[in-house]
Design a protein around this ligand. Structure first.
Ligand SMILES: NC(=O)c1ccc[n+]([C@@H]2O[C@H](COP(=O)([O-])OP(=O)(O)OC[C@H]3O[C@@H](n4cnc5c(N)ncnc54)[C@H](OP(=O)(O)O)[C@@H]3O)[C@@H](O)[C@H]2O)c1
Length: 272
């Protein structure tokens, strides 16, 4: 029987590549997007790629919509991919914005997973793949809340994996380094918007420069899509899949460098 996999944030970047890749691998893919227009664009991208991707409109913070989508599709697998960066100094990001980020990137993935668990338990199998980031292993200035969300997602994913393993359900964390997706343009918009009201415009100017400098180093999102495909097709998936050499280097440096050195590197990214 064809296995259904739900992919959140499927209209762009990692979510789009993953939806197409999983459809090529033979999964029945349901890509969730936030509007009918985005659903039409995703279906048309799938047609152009020679595959079929089904769509559902879902903002992952909408509890009723999450319940409806999971009840309708009873997915064998879920790829919790939807996310955004919310770039800015901690002092410039308000509590409502911080809570929304934690909702989208920590609470909602776990809500979708929890809703799908009963049917996975009945089947005696299932996969939950959470898209984290190398940001779960390091903390840099200007992305504090994003990294807080990724740290939290990593912790709760590791807990869930141990809790459902006996039911035959695998829970996997994907940890990409920098990828060329729509997230960079949104990060730039955040920096320009928050710069206007910030007491530290220099930090924003430096961050905009760093964002420009890293663009040529980014990998294509296909690399993350392939890791997600592996996590969904492997007989015994690994707990964590790192994507990209930068992810491996950052994780290793974070382990070996003393905090003073890490702080100096972070400060160099925002101080003139
Ligand atoms: N790009 C990187 O360098 C990188 C590195 C490591 C990890 N990641 C992770 O990869 C995942 C995908 O990001 P991306 O790089 O592919 O960025 P992207 O191109 O901006 O895609 C993000 C997707 O998330 C969706 N989304 C955002 N908020 C949502 C909400 N409340 N409900 C439902 N969908 C929502 C967006 O929908 P809209 O189009 O409607 O906004 C979009 O489809 C994220 O979890 C990100 O943290 C990215």
């Amino acid at each position: 029987m064809t296995r259904t996999v739900l992919v959140t944030g499927a209209n762009s970047g990692v979510g789009l590549e993953t939806s197409l890749h999983l459809a090529r691998l033979g999964f029945h893919v349901v890509g969730t997007v936030r509007s009918e227009d985005k659903a039409a664009a995703l279906e048309s991208a799938a047609t152009d790629a020679g595959v079929v991707v089904h769509t559902s409109v879902l903002d992952v913070t909408d509890v009723t919509a999450c319940e409806r989508v999971v009840a309708r599709h009873e997915p064998w697998g879920i790829v919790n991919n939807a996310g955004y960066m919310n770039v800015g100094r901690v002092a410039d990001v308000g509590p409502d914005e911080a809570l929304h980020q934690l909702h989208v990137m920590v609470v909602a993935p776990m809500r979708l997973a929890t809703l799908a668990l009963p049917s996975m338990r009945l089947r005696g199998e299932g996969r939950i793949v959470n898209v984290s980031s190398v940001g779960a292993h390091a903390t840099a200035p200007m992305t504090g809340w994003y990294q807080a969300a990724k740290h939290a997602l990593a912790a709760v994913t590791d807990a869930l994996r141990q809790e459902v393993a006996a039911a035959g359900i695998d829970v996997v964390l994907i940890e990409p380094g920098g990828l060329r997706t729509g997230i960079s343009a949104k990060a730039r918009d955040d920096l320009l918007r928050r710069r206007r009201d910030s007491a530290d415009t220099a930090a924003y100017d430096r961050s905009l420069k760093v964002l420009r400098m890293v663009q040529p180093l980014l990998q294509e999102p296909k690399a993350a899509a392939e890791a997600i495909g592996e996590a969904l097709t492997a007989g015994r998936p690994r707990a964590h899949y790192r994507v990209g050499a930068d992810a491996a280097v950052i994780k290793m440096l974070n382990l070996v460098l003393p905090s003073q050195v890490k702080d100096r590197l972070g400060r160099a990214a925002i101080e003139a």
